[in-house]
Design a protein around this ligand. Structure first.
Ligand code: 9WO
Length: 252
């Protein structure tokens, strides 16, 4: 996969390739990352990439021409039709379905803006999708771009080991993750749930699915609303809630 990032801070974006899963993907040539800096495409002596907003107001706006040239340079290294994605609070909220969609591409361009905003004509003419990580404002799109890169690259074949990849798939079957524990067995007066010490893999898998269902119900009911739980899952969820004194099904 090839990802091209348009950013005024290529050194910041490049850090995502220095560590962990993404770093290993680059080492194993499963991923290549290219950064294009609009400042390199500014044609004036001051290498200007921003200017004051029409209509007045605080701050500066990212200029069209140098940024559009950087985007076109980025697209030149990708198959025709590769999407240009702008990271911004105005975008659709990025989720695992999007990550899987992008993981199926040969590559894409990520536009990480700065200043108070990006000239709207860039969005209109050069951007295919706007994506947000949530309802908050960052100082720039780079950190959001790095998060998208990480979420997508870990889905590429061969990047994660088989076990981790299987876990990733099972985890993102639309539910939150189950709790994790490691040594020591007793810490801060808290013990590891006995089932995890039992060696009974079927019981452990059942417990983990029950915890994932229960956590999703309590913390992200919106996730559960998107799922059509089967009979066993509803039974597990009911068990979880009964154990907490909040049964799903009313007795009698
Ligand atoms: C800034 C802003 C401030 C208040 C309300 C809406 C806003 N949109 C933007 C914006 O799009 N800014 C551009 C990108 C240029 C300035 C820095 N940028 C940015 C991206 N800030 N925050 C994000 C972002 C990206 C993805 N998910 C959450 C936030």
């Amino acid at each position: 996969m090839h990802i091209a990032v348009v950013s005024l801070f290529p050194e910041l974006v490049g850090q995502v390739c220095e560590y962990g899963v993404v770093g290993r993907a680059v080492e194993r040539q499963l991923l290549s990352l290219q950064c294009e800096n609009p400042r390199d495409f500014a044609e004036d002596v001051h290498r200007t990439v921003d200017d004051r907003p029409y209509g007045g107001g605080p701050g500066m706006v990212l200029k069209y021409e140098p940024t559009a040239r950087a985007i076109r340079q980025a697209k030149d290294s990708l198959p025709a039709g590769s999407p240009v994605i702008c990271l911004s609070p105005q975008g659709k909220v990025f989720d695992q379905v999007d990550a899987r969609r992008f993981a199926g591409l040969q590559g894409f361009v990520l536009l990480a803006g700065r200043y108070e905003g990006i000239d709207e004509r860039l969005i209109e003419s050069e951007v295919d999708e706007e994506l947000s990580l949530g309802d908050f404002v960052l100082s720039g799109g780079e950190i959001a771009a790095m998060a998208v890169i990480d979420a997508v690259v870990r889905l590429l074949p061969g990047v994660l080991g088989d076990a981790a990849s299987a876990m990733q798939d099972s985890f993102m079957d639309g539910l939150l993750d189950h709790p994790h524990y490691t040594r020591p067995e007793l810490v801060a007066g808290q013990r590891v749930p006995a089932v995890l010490l039992s060696g009974d893999h079927a019981r452990i898998a059942r417990w983990r699915q029950k915890q994932a269902l229960g956590r999703s119900f309590l913390r992200r009911p919106d996730l559960l609303e998107k799922l059509d739980l089967d009979q066993e899952q509803r039974k597990l969820l009911d068990e979880f809630l009964k154990e907490r004194g909040k049964p799903l099904s009313r007795p009698g």
